[in-house]
Design a protein around this ligand. Structure first.
Ligand SMILES: [Zn+2]
Length: 300
């Protein structure tokens, strides 16, 4: 009885399971049809958010974002692109070994009427658990055995190299084990990506390292343009208003800052859209300049 009561309370306190079932967000971009599907969300310590930033300013921003508690919820938005020849998934979510609040991608795809066996290509932005661990099931078998996989070469080298263990804090050692387990399974089906490569005509790899050593974004041609930014811009307020604030989640903080500035400058200069993996669902919007920084303007 106690367990049931506790479960009931937890369910009441967390509106997140409802969010995970959010209907997919669809739009067209040039010759492509895009869909954003939720993988659920991550529950993360608020102390991860720019801990070294000026205290009062940081607190005001967390309050504005509704993130004043010890934990905050970070959405996880997966992009699916239908081209004339392919169905392309960008990142695979967390799978069922990272956090109980995440790993909902396959259920949500099915609910959206997508047969996952029809996915022909998978492109990874980087090797963090919430983007990669969904590649395999509980038996370590590939979720999509017939798809072709694309992974940034520099990112592949990082996770499989000695620096992955040396360069990460001890509490993230599990990230390396998990990444290697997933990468070993896609090894025979993967193509290495370099910035400037095209996945198909109109979908190009863009260098956005810093969050991780080989992080990439994807430029999707058509209309005013679109960039699937992955984790180059993660927080809807901090990353835009203060791209210079460091985040412990970034492997190379200085490089991540330079990448954010470059990306924001470019997005604000045009009318290009972006999709952010961790921005409020569906994470689709545009960037405007504001008060010496930038502002994320979500689609309505
Ligand atoms: Zn992420």
């Amino acid at each position: 009885m106690l367990a049931i009561a506790a479960g009931g309370l937890a369910a009441c306190a967390l509106p997140a399971p409802l969010r995970a079932a959010t209907a997919p967000y669809r739009f067209s971009q040039g010759g492509f049809e895009l869909m954003v599907v939720s993988d659920g969300h991550l529950a993360l310590p608020t102390s991860f958010l720019a801990p070294d930033a000026p205290k009062a300013e940081r607190e005001a921003m967390l309050k504005a974002a509704g993130q004043s508690g010890e934990q905050y919820q970070s959405p996880t938005n997966v992009t699916l692109i239908r081209t004339p020849s392919d169905l392309i998934l960008v990142d695979m979510g967390s799978g069922d070994r990272f956090m109980p609040t995440a790993g909902k991608l396959w259920d949500n795809l099915q609910a959206a009427g997508i047969d996952k066996t029809k996915i022909t290509k998978v492109v990874f932005t980087h090797g963090h658990p919430d983007h990669l661990w969904g590649a395999i099931d509980e038996l370590d078998d590939l979720m999509l055995p017939n798809a072709a996989y694309y992974f940034p070469a520099a990112e592949w080298d990082f996770w499989n190299g000695a620096d992955a263990i040396r360069g990460l804090p001890a509490e993230r050692a599990g990230f390396v084990t998990g990444a290697r387990r997933n990468l070993a399974r896609i090894k025979d089906k993967v193509s290495m990506l370099k910035p400037g490569d095209d996945i198909v005509a109109g979908i190009r790899v863009l260098a956005t390292a810093g969050h991780t050593q080989g992080h990439v974004a994807l430029e999707v041609a058509g209309g005013e343009g679109l960039i699937v930014v992955g984790d180059a811009l993660t927080h809807p307020l901090i990353a835009f208003q203060h791209p210079e604030w460091k985040t412990p989640g970034d492997h190379e903080p200085e490089r991540a800052i330079a990448t954010r500035r470059q990306l924001l400058d470019r997005l604000a200069a045009g009318r290009s859209k972006l999709i952010g993996f961790h921005l409020p669902y569906p994470g689709v919007g545009q960037v405007e300049r504001k008060d010496g920084g930038y502002r994320f303007v979500p689609v309505t």
